[in-house]
Design a protein around this ligand. Structure first.
Ligand SMILES: [Ca+2]
Ligand SMILES: [Ca+2]
Length: 192
């Protein structure tokens, strides 16, 4: 018999994804077919990911932010996104419950993946976010968050941390669950 349908998603992976996301079998199979069509090698490189991502932000420079998003999705650190990483990412960022989204946000901000967020990591992501915001929208931002530095300071103050302190994942999630403003500051929501 063998594995004649090598193009199909394996049973183990399907079970795994059904368990770890709220997607149905039909959805996963459908996404897998699309994924294989767009990406016959079964893996998305960082460059391909940046290209795809940039299409959503034609008026700004999404490259730096896309690199960070890619890093946060590439959970096994091999420099490519496979189908599992892609689906889990999709689940966490679009349809996941708030906590899963915040877990993802934590991994986005934890640039060196050491389990803690420092102020310089917040500053790095804020810089990337600012490149993502179209120029005409930057002018509409409140005075105390209209530069990457101000935004970083404002966020860091909400976490009640000193310059050289760091934030652990549990703390990060708890603060964001309790603070609407922090939730707004950690991300860029396109206004249109
Ligand atoms: Ca990977
Ligand atoms: Ca870190």
């Amino acid at each position: 018999m063998g594995n004649s349908k090598s193009g199909a998603v394996s049973k183990e992976l399907l079970e795994d994804l059904k368990l770890n996301t709220k997607f149905s079998e039909t959805e996963i199979v459908q996404w897998y077919e699309n994924f294989k069509k767009q990406c016959p090698t079964g893996r998305i490189s960082k460059e391909e990911f940046q290209n795809i991502y940039s299409k959503f932000f034609p008026e700004s420079d999404a490259n730096t932010y896309a690199q960070h998003v890619f890093r946060s999705f590439d959970t096994n650190d091999d420099g490519t996104l496979d189908f599992k990483e892609y689906i889990i990412a999709l689940h966490m960022t679009s349809t996941g419950k708030t906590t899963s989204k915040l877990e993802w946000a934590f991994s986005l901000y934890d640039v060196d993946k050491n389990g803690y967020i420092t102020k310089s990591e917040v500053s790095e992501i804020c810089l990337a976010i600012f490149k993502l915001i179209p120029k005409d929208e930057v002018g509409d931002l409140p005075e105390d968050e209209n530069t990457p530095e101000k935004r970083t300071d404002k966020l860091w103050k909400i976490f009640q941390k000193g310059e050289n302190d760091r934030v652990a994942e549990g703390e990060f999630i708890q603060v964001l669950l309790e603070n609407e403003e922090a939730l707004h500051l950690i991300q860029y929501e396109p206004s249109k």
